[in-house]
Ligand binder design. Structure first.
Ligand SMILES: NC(=O)c1ccc[n+]([C@@H]2O[C@H](COP(=O)([O-])OP(=O)(O)OC[C@H]3O[C@@H](n4cnc5c(N)ncnc54)[C@H](OP(=O)(O)O)[C@@H]3O)[C@@H](O)[C@H]2O)c1
Length: 284
């Protein structure tokens, strides 16, 4: 698998990492979650995706503690600003709180979590300033559909957006119709959230599906690993599966050594076709 993408500012971003939604929220689970995140980093998952929203900062604090003994420059840290904090009067304070909780002095990537009331130029202006100051190395957006991306890129500085993080998994392929081609054209990388369809729950029966199961058996993988391998088969795609289990984290890291064949991808396409028309952006 191609391990990195190179963003338009030259920064190398790992294609496979870990998501941190719900992680660090319950003290009874903390021990297992620490083990999982450390095993994941040691197995090569250096990209960590969190947000000020997750557990109202508890996810970022958890990540900050878990990465303490790692070389910061070997990690790629992503966090997100809530729409309600994205205006010029709040965003700096949000970012500073995220940095403090993560115990770092910069983010590799800062995302505008979803569209709120702040005009795009105002968000862009703040993001660009943070890049100039070196407190973030790049910025992007999340949950932006094609029309939103077109509007963003039209504004001065909007073309410096490097990533759009959106829901994408084998059972939800609407972005393939027009969003992925648009992002490719603008050299903006798609980042898949919910790549495992939230353990299958977002797409009933997907892990039990005959084709998924057959491909899993062929490669000695689990059905969840097949879902992840499908997402990563697109060499532009970045994916951040979440796991609170060390076993699952290692299984996810191991998908880097798997390549689905063209025949297998064709079988998955047949079982879970991408829509041939525009569908609303899926979100969760
Ligand atoms: N930008 C946004 O609006 C947005 C929205 C949603 C999510 N996200 C980001 O994307 C990340 C991933 O999405 P997600 O957390 O919603 O869902 P996900 O990664 O699709 O699925 C997580 C579920 O899959 C299970 N799992 C993980 N690895 C597995 C494996 N190898 N085998 C079997 N089950 C496995 C986990 O259970 P275990 O814990 O038991 O392993 C968990 O229940 C989030 O954590 C977050 O960082 C962003």
């Amino acid at each position: 698998m191609k391990e990195y993408v190179t963003l338009k500012n030259g920064l190398k971003m790992p294609r496979l990492g870990m998501g941190m939604w719900y992680i660090g929220e319950e003290s009874t689970k903390a021990r297992g979650e620490y083990e999982a995140i450390r095993m994941g980093i040691d197995a090569g998952l250096k990209l960590i995706d969190t947000a000020e929203m997750y557990g109202m900062g508890r996810s970022e604090s958890f990540v900050g503690r878990a990465i303490k003994n790692y070389d910061r420059s070997s990690l790629f840290l992503v966090s997100k600003v809530l729409p309600s904090n994205a205006g010029r009067n709040h965003i700096r304070s949000s970012l500073e709180h995220s940095l403090r909780r993560l115990e770092t002095d910069y983010l590799d990537l800062y995302l505008y979590h979803w569209i709120g009331e702040t005009p795009f130029p105002e968000v862009v202006e703040s993001m660009e300033r943070f890049v100039e100051e070196g407190i973030i190395r790049s910025w992007g957006v999340s949950n932006f559909d094609t029309e939103d991306m077109i509007e963003l890129v039209e504004h001065s500085g909007g073309e410096n957006c490097v990533v759009n993080q959106v829901l994408y998994h084998l059972g939800s392929r609407g972005i393939e119709y027009d969003l992925l081609p648009y992002l490719k054209d603008k050299n903006i990388f798609p980042m898949s959230y919910c790549p495992l369809a939230q353990g299958g729950s977002l797409s009933r029966g997907i892990l039990q599906d005959e084709t998924v199961q057959k491909i899993a058996r062929n490669h000695n993988l689990s059905p969840s690993q097949v879902l992840l391998a499908f997402v990563l088969a697109n060499e532009d795609m970045i994916a951040i599966p979440r796991s609170s289990s060390a076993k699952h984290m290692l299984e996810n890291a191991a998908v880097r050594n798997t390549a689905l064949s063209q025949e297998e991808l064709a079988l998955l396409n047949k079982a879970f076709p991408a829509p041939d028309h525009k569908v609303p952006l899926d979100m969760c």
